[in-house]
Design a protein around this ligand. Structure first.
Ligand code: G3I
Length: 331
C-alpha cells in the first residue's frame, strides 16, 4: 500500500515538473509585448529548474544587480563584468533581448563616487556611461539610463548627482548613453509612477521637456512594485497613454505584487487581479511595449528583506509552480 502511494506521489511529482505552465503555451507566446523578468546570475548558474522556467516563459531579461555601478566598478578603475557578461551571453544563446539596468542611480553606488567634487563627478559619470553602455553596444534593447530621480511629491531626489551636477545631469546622461549605444532605447525608470500622482506628473513634465529639447530619450519605465496593502494605483491606463502621446514608449519594468503574510487563497486571487490590471493597462496602449517582472519565483525575492511581513510577490511559487496571477495573464 505504502509502496503504491509512494509510486503515485513520484508520478505526480514528475508530472508537475514536466507539464508546461499553461496549455496555451508560455507567457511570451500569448502577447506581442516583450515579456521579461529580472534575473540573478547566481541562481541562473546554480539552479537548473530556475533557468528552465526563465528560458521557457520569458523573451527578455533584466540583470537584477549585475550591471549596477556598485557591482561593475566597486573599486575605481577595477571592473568586474562577469555577472553582466554571463547574462548577456545567456540571452544571446536563448534568443532573448536584454534590458540594461541601470546607469545612473543613487543606490548601489560605489563609495568612491560619493566623495568626488562636481567637475570630477561629471567626468566620472560620463566615463561610466561610455564604458558600460559602450561595452554592450548593440546587445542591449533598452537601457534604464536614469533610475528613481524623483521624490514622492514630485521634487527632485537630492542625490549626489542632483546636488553636485544640478538638474542637467539627466539630459547629459541620456546624451552620453546615446553616443555610446545609438540603437538602444533609452528610458527613465521609477517606482510609484504607475497611476496619476505628483511623482508621475513630475516625470511627465520632465520627459516632455527633454523631448522638446531634443534629448535622446525614448521611453518611460514604470517599475510596478505594488502591494496589496496600498490598493491598486488609480489611472494607470491614462498615465501610460499620456506618456505614449508624447511619442515615447512605455515599459513595465519591475512588476511584482507583495502579499501581507501569511498567504491565503483570497490574497492570491487579489494578487492575480493586480497583476492582471497592470497587464491589461499595458495592453490597452499600443506603445506599452514591455511587461517585465522583478524576478519570477517566490524562492528568490528582494521583498522580505525590505518589507518584513510581506512576500510571495511573484508569478511562480517557491517550487516554480504557476500561481493564480500567472493564470490570470495566461489563462
Ligand atoms: O552581493 C552581496 C553579498 O556579497 C553579501 O554577502 C550580501 C549580504 O547582505 O549582500 C549582497 O548584495 C545584496 C544584493 O542585493 C545582491 O543580493 C545587497 O546587500 C542588497 O542591497 C541588494 O539588493 C538589491 C536592491 O535592488 C538594492 O537596492 C536587490 O537585490 C534588487 O532586487 C533591488 O532592485 C531594485 C531595482 O534595482 C530598482 N528598483 C527597485 C528594486 C527593488 O528594490
Amino acid at each position: 500500500m505504502r509502496t503504491r502511494l509512494a509510486a503515485g506521489i513520484a508520478v505526480l511529482v514528475v508530472l508537475s515538473q514536466t507539464v508546461p505552465a499553461s496549455a496555451a503555451g508560455p507567457l511570451k507566446s500569448v502577447t506581442n509585448r516583450y515579456v521579461g523578468s529580472a534575473v540573478a546570475v547566481q541562481h541562473l548558474n546554480a539552479e537548473a529548474d530556475y533557468k528552465s522556467v526563465l528560458t521557457r516563459e520569458f523573451d527578455s531579461v533584466t540583470p537584477e544587480n549585475e550591471m549596477k555601478w556598485g557591482v561593475v566598478e566597486a573599486v575605481r578603475g577595477q571592473y568586474d563584468w562577469s555577472g553582466a557578461d554571463a547574462i548577456v551571453a545567456y540571452a544571446k544563446k536563448t534568443g532573448k533581448s536584454v534590458r540594461g539596468h541601470t546607469l545612473v542611480w543613487h543606490s548601489q553606488l560605489p563609495d568612491w563616487v560619493g566623495g568626488l567634487e562636481a567637475a570630477e563627478l561629471r567626468a566620472v559619470v560620463k566615463d561610466h556611461i561610455r564604458t558600460e553602455a559602450g561595452r554592450y553596444r548593440g546587445k542591449i534593447r533598452a537601457w534604464d539610463v536614469v533610475n528613481e530621480a524623483f521624490n514622492e511629491d514630485g521634487t527632485r531626489r537630492q542625490t549626489v548627482f542632483q546636488e553636485k551636477l544640478g538638474d542637467r545631469y539627466i539630459a547629459d546622461a541620456f546624451r552620453w548613453a546615446h553616443a555610446a549605444d545609438p540603437k538602444a532605447k533609452l528610458y527613465i525608470n521609477d517606482y510609484n509612477i504607475e497611476g496619476l500622482n505628483p511623482k508621475s506628473d513630475a516625470t511627465f513634465e520632465l520627459v516632455k521637456s527633454l523631448k522638446r529639447q531634443g534629448v535622446p530619450i525614448h521611453g518611460v519605465g514604470i517599475q510596478g512594485h505594488l502591494s496589496l496593502m496600498y490598493g491598486f494605483p488609480s489611472g494607470m491606463k491614462e498615465n501610460i497613454a499620456r506618456f505614449a502621446a508624447l511619442g515615447l514608449d512605455v515599459a513595465i519594468t519591475e512588476a511584482d505584487v507583495r502579499i501581507p503574510l501569511p498567504v491565503t487563497p483570497e490574497k492570491l486571487d487579489a494578487q492575480a487581479s493586480y497583476f492582471g490590471q497592470v497587464w491589461d493597462a499595458c495592453h490597452a496602449v499600443r506603445r506599452c511595449v514591455e511587461f517585465t517582472t522583478w524576478g519570477f519565483t517566490d524562492r528568490h525575492s528582494w521583498v522580505p528583506d525590505v518589507f518584513p511581513g510581506e512576500g510571495a510577490a511573484c508569478l511562480f511559487d517557491e517550487n516554480l509552480r504557476p500561481k493564480p496571477a500567472y493564470a490570470r495573464l495566461n489563462p
